[in-house]
Design a protein around this ligand. Structure first.
Ligand code: SF4
Ligand code: SF4
Ligand code: SF4
Length: 185
């Protein structure tokens, strides 16, 4: 490499390092089920938006980079694979499951002494139970083996308390609207 090119490459290394560091520190985005691994997905996705316009649940929106993300506070994902069908560059593959799992955060109404079993009522997998605590409170408990991460509980939760995590993502979130939306019980 010529001195001039070497100098140019070294000059841009800090920028590249900063870019890669930003990628590593960013919380894992909730891409549509069957999406390629994050880096491959970002490379393959053309940001055409076909997955979002085709999703019968209307749960696909876009992050600040214009890439599709799933928002389970809107509705559940039925794993219908329509997004995979319409994705021309195959950034999304067919899938009937994913790694995301649900849990309730500290804002859960039951944890704060208000009777609510909305999430339990919505869960077809019967993955949610409640453990009675003192003071009229109860703790929502999620069976990670039974949970499919479908999001039916999150969409129905009146306090937006359901968050999602994967083994790769220790910090839970629920898509682009991590605080959820207030609804009445
Ligand atoms: S699998 Fe179906 S419901 Fe789920 S994000 Fe894709 S199109 Fe929407
Ligand atoms: S259909 Fe595929 S290429 Fe188009 S925005 Fe969705 S994931 Fe990206
Ligand atoms: S994400 Fe779906 S399967 Fe998991 S606890 Fe919520 S409703 Fe049940």
């Amino acid at each position: 490499m010529s001195q001039a090119r070497l100098g140019h490459a070294m000059q841009h290394q800090p920028k590249r390092r900063a870019f890669l560091k930003g990628r590593i520190n960013r919380p894992l985005a909730m891409r549509p089920p069957g999406a390629l691994e994050e880096e491959a997905f970002e490379d393959a996705c053309t940001k055409c938006g076909d997955c979002a316009t085709s999703c019968p649940q209307n749960i696909i929106s876009f992050d600040s980079d214009g890439l599709p993300t799933v928002d389970l506070t809107v509705a559940e994902c039925t794993f219908c694979n329509v997004c995979a069908e319409v994705c021309e560059p195959k950034a999304i593959d067919y899938a009937d499951s994913w790694d995301w799992r649900a849990r309730a955060d500290d804002s859960c109404l039951s944890a704060n002494g208000v009777t609510c079993r909305t999430c339990e009522d919505q869960c077809d997998q019967q993955a949610i139970g409640f453990k009675l605590q003192t003071g009229g409170r109860s703790e929502a408990q999620f069976n990670t083996d039974a949970c499919t991460g479908c999001g039916a509980c999150a969409a129905a939760c009146p306090s937006g308390s359901i968050k999602f995590y994967t083994p790769k993502n220790a910090s839970p979130h629920s898509g682009p609207n991590p605080e959820g939306k207030a609804k009445t019980c």
